[in-house]
Design a protein around this ligand. Structure first.
Ligand code: CU
Length: 294
């Protein structure tokens, strides 16, 4: 996680440097070029800005989307500011859209793969900034104005950029295509108790809970008012439910001698009560406690 934050800070420094250069040479940048730069910068920075809250602040899709819109819109405005009002508009809408996209996309991706996608967005931002600086240099060269920025026009620059980006790669989070299976917890149900009846989970970490019905009646397990995401239910009937959206209601059911599984990621700390919803079962003692800790 620290490596991610460091990379994001590096990108921010590079981004601010680019804004400063845009401001410094704004007189030499033609309108169309300026608008293109603002839009590209706004979009690339918006993606990163909209995505970043996901990595540090697990909450619901609505909040992610709002944060994404604000972060993206803000970075978009910033991207156009050095070049004037039209560019501000251009940057703002580009940033707003991609901030929202980044937040929504991140929410749909399972947590172990989030860092990898963030890295791809950072690469995009670094390349966009380099391209923007190259466009400035191109205008300066045309007017034969000497500049140290000319280094980006050097054929070695792309090689330098590639090596830097490779070194920034979050090597420990490379789990493309195969997320690690979540830890598994087995709960047995019979008349009229669960075993175990207290379980502890870590916040923001996916977990698989298997309900095995060892009794002679149907049983289920329900938790109300719990914040979680990335829900996947495998019931014995064979159908699999998927939901990537935030929910607050968890329910699995198992017939006698059968089992059901649920995979989910708890999102907030707390102590929750679970129980069997079959008539009379809760009253007869079919309850348990789930403790979520960050
Ligand atoms: Cu029951």
């Amino acid at each position: 996680m620290k490596a991610v934050l460091f990379n994001a800070l590096l990108a921010l420094v590079f981004y601010c440097f680019c804004l400063w250069q845009l401001h410094r040479y704004r007189k030499f940048i033609p309108g169309m070029t300026g608008m293109t730069i603002s839009m590209c910068l706004g979009m690339a920075a918006g993606l990163v800005g909209g995505y970043l809250p996901l990595l540090y602040y697990p909450t619901d899709l609505f909040t992610y989307s709002l944060l994404g819109i604000f972060a993206g819109g803000f970075l978009g405005i910033l991207s156009g500011t050095p070049l004037g009002l039209v560019c501000v508009l251009e940057g703002f809408f580009g940033g707003l859209m991609s901030g929202m996209m980044g937040a929504m996309l991140g929410d749909m991706i399972s947590p172990p793969q989030r860092e990898f996608l963030f890295y791809i967005f950072l690469v995009l931002l670094f390349c966009t900034i380099s391209l923007a600086i190259y466009l400035i240099v191109h205008e300066l060269f045309k007017r034969e104005i000497p500049t140290k920025l000319g280094v980006v026009a050097n054929p070695f620059y792309p090689i330098f950029l590639l090596i830097t980006l490779f070194l920034m790669f979050p090597h420990n989070s490379f789990k493309l295509g195969q997320p690690t299976p979540p830890p598994s917890i087995v709960i047995e149900a019979r008349e009229f108790a669960y075993s175990p009846n207290v379980i502890k989970l870590a916040k923001s970490e996916p977990v698989k809970i298997t309900l095995i019905n060892k009794g002679i009646q149907e049983h289920d397990l329900e938790i109300k008012s719990i914040s979680f995401s990335q829900l996947q239910i495998n019931e014995h009937s064979g159908h699999v439910h998927h939901s990537h959206n935030e929910r607050n209601f968890l329910h699995i059911h198992a017939n006698p001698g059968q089992q059901s599984e649920v995979i989910f990621t708890p999102n907030s700390d707390g102590t929750y009560v679970w129980f069997c919803t079959l008539p009379g079962h809760r009253e007869s003692g079919m309850t348990g406690t789930l403790i979520v800790k960050g």
